[in-house]
Design a protein around this ligand. Structure first.
Ligand SMILES: [Zn+2]
Length: 446
């Protein structure tokens, strides 16, 4: 397969960067843009000149995958070492000095292990690849990289049929304010506690049936326990689901992935396994049940279902309001070596990343198009009512914004508004007078 034009452009831009005297450019390209063939081509050309290549990957699962791509691409493997970062670090004195170091998932490269490798080979040229050249705290790659080579963006890839278009739904029912933050990320334990509430399970399944029925989905969970429980809930509802994680024995994992590929399984539940470059078969739906403050993780997980196929339309069901922190997956983001403005301290978001949710069909879409505020839902023509205020600007949980969509409550105590009480009453077959009385008693209406 030949390289696409934009992929060749990127390779040329990398060459230009070296010619300008740069040592370590980083390629920025969305998930699905074909990063691996770009680096394969760079590795191939380097090896053709008789120079050694060292390829650093982040997880052991990726080594075989990359090796396959490189072999297929015709890279001279006698001159190319592919290894996991920790392994290379431990055996660094045994590594033959490379002329070129390629860093996969380059957003990790400020970690000590990577720095150690870079320092061991100070004269090597480097090139990295990532979809998101930022760290968890939003800081950039300055210090390890000296230029960003920015390729086409996700919108362009969708418009040009390299990625599938998608619908983004955000039926959130999780109050994220209850979840603690540890080292910049939501705490697994407290997230797990919330996500294991039974009411949420019912909603995950009913929303899947409502929004993506029959579509193969990858479901991202907060923990192994949570992932197993979600798989079980899907199975109990008659929808074939399996769980896999990093500890699943390889033959077992391969078997499950093969079943998913054959369509014998509808839902594949996991924690973070199917994120960074992990090669899974195509699917049409991503279910986000893992709130994250990592833009990288958000983009990797939500875009996993967008591989292109003619006529395909992907569905993202975000139950945890991830879009409210980051904007839609294909928002046009401005990348710099310095990084992004602090997400939470800076509530004034770039217009391009602002999103709004239709209160009728619950799809999420950009709030501003060509400098103008969107007043009518582009999907269902609904005049956007109270949702005029951007969800993004709300510091509070997303929950309040999308009230009315909560499909099931276990008890009236879980209802936070008159409209939620109304939907609870409807579900239970109570008269609307009951909801009115309850709402009045709780001071929700006067
Ligand atoms: Zn709508």
């Amino acid at each position: 397969m030949p390289l696409r034009k934009y992929q060749t452009d990127i390779i040329n831009d990398v060459k230009t960067a070296y010619r300008k005297g740069r040592q370590a450019p980083c390629i920025v390209l969305p998930c699905g843009g074909g990063k691996s063939v770009i680096v394969a081509e760079i590795a191939k050309r380097t090896a053709q000149k008789g120079n050694r290549v060292l390829f650093i990957v982040h997880r052991k699962e990726l080594c075989d995958q990359i090796r396959n791509t490189f072999e297929t691409w015709g890279v001279d493997m006698d001159l190319c070492t592919i290894g996991m970062v920790q392994t290379i670090c431990r055996h660094i004195e045994k590594i033959q000095p490379p002329a070129l170091i390629i860093t996969d998932e380059n957003h990790h490269s400020k970690a000590n292990s990577y720095i150690k490798i870079y320092k061991a080979f100070p004269h090597a040229r480097r090139v990295g690849v990532t979809a998101t050249p930022v760290r968890l705290d939003g800081s950039g790659l300055k210090g390890v990289n000296d230029e960003l080579v920015i390729g086409v963006n996700a919108k362009w890839l969708i418009e040009n049929h390299y990625l599938a278009p998608y619908d983004y739904y955000a039926p959130s029912m999780v109050d994220l304010t209850e979840i603690k933050t540890v080292r910049g990320e939501f705490d697994t334990k407290s997230a797990e506690k919330i996500m294991l509430k039974r009411a949420i399970f019912g909603d995950v399944i009913s929303n899947y049936k409502k929004l993506a029925d029959g579509k193969q989905a990858i479901c991202y969970c907060v923990s192994v326990k949570h992932s197993l429980a979600i798989a079980e809930a899907f199975n109990a509802a008659g929808i074939d689901a399996r769980h896999i994680d990093g500890e699943t024995p390889k033959p077992e994992r391969d078997r499950i992935i093969e079943m998913f590929r054959n369509g014998q399984i509808d839902i594949l539940c996991n924690v973070d396994l199917i994120s960074e470059g992990f090669d899974v078969p195509d699917c049409e739906c991503a279910i986000l049940l893992r709130p994250t403050k990592s833009l990288t993780l958000y983009i990797q997980q939500s875009m996993r279902c967008m591989r292109y196929k003619p006529g395909k339309r992907a569905v993202v069901i975000d139950h945890v309001g991830n879009y409210a922190r980051f904007g839609l997956p294909d928002a046009d983001r401005q990348w710099t070596l310095e990084g992004r403005p602090k997400q939470e301290k800076n509530t004034k978001q770039d217009d391009k990343e602002k999103t709004i949710q239709c209160d009728k069909c619950f799809r999420v879409f950009p709030a501003v198009v060509k400098g103008k505020r969107v007043m009518i839902c582009p999907y269902c023509d609904n005049l956007l009512v109270s949702s005029r205020r951007d969800i993004k600007e709300e510091k509070q949980a997303v929950l309040q914004k999308i009230e009315g969509f909560v499909l099931s409550y276990d008890s009236p105590d879980q209802c936070n508004s008159y409209s939620e009480l109304l939907s609870y009453a409807k579900k239970k077959g109570y008269k609307s007078g009951w909801a009115y009385y309850q709402a009045k008693k709780r001071g929700m209406i006067s």
